[in-house]
Write a protein that binds this ligand. Structure first.
Ligand code: NDP
Length: 604
């Protein structure tokens, strides 16, 4: 069927042909080994994990007690610790495997790294720290500096343990506290623990035969080797690459940001692509201090957070404050839905409106490739044939342009992936591309569960481990409280708002809630708090009543969003959120914590 799509640059879209193309592109990428195609970075490959940024400082092991130990020094740890300090709890010990605060922003220092969500809503505690981001989408060094600013302002460095990995957390029921052991010989106790380890912190390598045999230089984007490339995270030219032939493997959100820098620096750059990203307009600009002074009145960041969440989740409001690719997408969907007369709104017509909005957007994104990329064949290969949210949507104003740079060559693998790595280089379709350096932009392990990804086991009441308790799938109340694991708080989006385009919003709300729970416990002399099994069951049932996101992802081309095409099973609960949506969740949570009853939690 040929249908006119209003507002689209291509006036007519053959929807059935598009659906067919999407299916074909997905089918040729589906593989039976799913997520297990990737290589774990361990053993002979473990040098890919070495910290190139900060030397490990010797220190004495800790043998003491703290009120709170928080595992993870990224946004989750920083905002929770900040709220706890504000609540009068000063001995919060943040523990991180990196050499400083920052989490993902500590590790990801590749050239061009910047946030994809507007700084004013992405960077937490801007109002509290009085910081004005320099750009609409701040670059990584500024975000890392902001993390350090939070650490300093709230006095978190005094207690923090860096370059330290927690090995085990064991609940001591008699003492109502946790025993913490680390790889640096620390053995200490904490009355409460927080876990904010994030989902994108364990780099993975593509499962390409021969990776170990490469005789040249190689590294993963999350451990950028500036000693080899020259340059720095602020964008200084990478002079070490002027005479180098470089391969980058992977074309996800990371590659989209660093390829333009590599294209400028390398003698020869090969970009090895299995699936193209969708790359829409970025339109970054500096933030004008006068404009900022006008908007930054009391409570501004909370207003901006709520406004962005409302637009991003299709609820909308009077005025879209952020106005970017994220809010544009959902506003389009909402407008399409509104065009359907109320009487005609059925799940099918709504689904169709959603699909139409998506087709329209993706046609624009594909047309953008044609408008920018000069070589016709390269342009064809850079077009994404899937729905926009099948993979992380990307926004960039230099990525597609990079393929017009002499010396930059796209090597498309037609969905098959790189065939082999040899001593000399990278092989695709029988052709060996000889290179001096291979950069793996191959993403992070999101498939492993339990200890493999978290890095440590938690042993709760009666010796039950978290891996056992979550063997089938994650269970919690609000994504934060887990029965059998008292005085422990998980700070992450799943099973709460599950707002994934602006994760920090979830974290700030969780942090505020946790600080109120601990304040309540201290004021009433309680030593432990635990969610009842009944309350946890009820929450899980509530989550089950919503249509799982994974059903929509089943038709998608494989990637980590849909577990490499292997959806289904109980694991979908991991991606579940409050059925009425993120805005309703935040409102609910605000009322839940403000009532002072903390319904479902048992204090003793
Ligand atoms: P991704 O997992 O998104 O990308 C990995 C890339 O490696 C994909 O292009 C994948 O292809 C490719 N690949 C895997 N195996 C092979 C193979 N055998 N041969 C060739 N190519 C292969 O990782 P990223 O680091 O790019 O991004 C991960 C996430 O990090 C993002 O989704 C986003 O959430 C976050 N991020 C956020 C940023 C921000 O906010 N500013 C910036 C960067 C990342 P295929 O697609 O076919 O699997």
């Amino acid at each position: 069927m040929t249908t006119k799509i209003p507002g689209a640059p291509t006036p007519f879209v053959d929807k059935e042909a598009l659906r067919q193309r999407y299916r074909e592109e997905r089918d040729k990428r589906l593989r039976p080994d799913g997520s297990s195609q990737y290589l774990k970075v361990s053993g002979q490959l473990s040098h890919y994990l070495d910290d190139p940024y900060v030397p490990v400082a010797p220190r004495q092991p800790k043998r003491d007690h703290v009120t709170v130990a928080f595992i993870g020094g990224g946004f989750a740890g920083l905002v929770t610790a900040a709220r706890l300090v504000d609540a009068g709890i000063r001995d919060v010990r943040v523990i991180d495997k990196g050499g400083d605060f920052g989490g993902t922003w500590y590790w990801n220092r590749y050239p061009g790294a910047q946030c994809d969500t507007a700084s004013l809503v992405y960077m937490p505690l801007l109002e509290e720290t009085g910081h004005m981001p320099s750009e609409k989408y701040a670059h990584a060094p500024e975000i890392l500096e902001h993390c350090q600013r939070i650490g300093k302002q709230y006095g978190l460095y005094e207690h923090a343990l860096f370059h330290t990995q927690v090995n085990e957390l064991v609940w001591d029921d008699a003492q109502s506290r946790w025993n913490v052991r680390t790889n640096r010989g620390d053995v200490f106790t904490a009355q409460f623990v927080g876990i904010g380890t994030g989902i994108l912190h364990v780099p993975k390598l593509p499962g390409i035969p021969g990776i170990e045999s490469f005789a040249g230089h190689s590294f993963h984007t999350t451990r950028w080797d500036y000693a080899y490339t020259g340059g720095d995270p602020k964008g200084a030219p990478m002079e070490g690459l002027v005479d180098k032939r470089v391969a980058i493997i992977g074309t996800g959100a990371t590659a989209v940001q660093c390829v333009p820098h590599l294209a400028r620096a390398c003698h020869k750059l090969y970009v090895f692509q299995r699936t193209p990203s969708s790359v829409d307009v970025r339109d970054n600009h500096p933030i004008d201090p006068d404009w900022f002074a006008d908007i930054a009145t009391e409570g501004w960041q909370q207003r901006w957070l709520e406004n962005f969440a409302a637009y991003q989740t299709g609820v909308g409001g009077v005025r879209d404050l952020v106005m970017d690719g994220w809010t544009d997408v959902t506003t389009r969907v909402r407008d399409k839905l509104r065009q359907i007369p109320k009487a005609d709104r059925t799940p099918e017509t709504l689904q169709q409106a959603y699909e139409d909005a998506d087709f329209e957007k993706m046609e624009q994104i594909r047309a953008r490739v044609d408008a920018i990329v000069e070589d016709r064949d390269t342009a064809q290969k850079l077009k994404a044939w899937y729905r926009q949210f099948c993979k992380r949507p990307c926004f960039h104003d230099e990525y597609l342009q990079a393929f017009n740079t002499p010396g930059t060559q796209l090597v498309d693998t037609d969905g098959k992936g790189v065939e082999r790595v040899t001593e000399r280089g990278v092989v695709v379709a029988g052709i060996e591309y000889e290179v001096d350096c291979i950069i793996y932009a191959s993403g992070f392990d999101t498939a492993s569960r339990g200890v493999d990804r978290r890095g440590f086991e938690m042993v709760g009441k009666n010796g039950t481990t978290l891996s056992e308790y979550w063997a089938e799938t994650m269970r919690s109340k609000h994504g934060t409280h887990v029965h059998g694991f008292p005085n422990a708080f998980f700070v992450q989006p799943a099973q709460g708002a599950n707002l994934i385009s602006n994760v920090p919003h979830n974290l700030v709300e969780a942090a505020t809630t946790i600080a109120m729970i601990l304040t309540h416990a201290r004021e009433h002399g309680y030593r432990r708090v635990e969610v009842s099994r009944q309350a946890e069951d009820a929450w899980v049932e509530l989550l089950r009543s919503a249509p799982p996101r994974t059903r929509m992802l089943e038709d998608c081309t494989p990637g980590y969003y849909n577990n490499e095409g292997q959806t289904g099973g109980a694991a979908w609960l991991l991606g579940a959120g409050y059925p009425k949506g993120a805005m309703a969740y935040f409102k609910y949570l605000q009322e839940w914590r403000s009532s002072g009853a903390f319904d479902g939690l048992e204090f003793r």
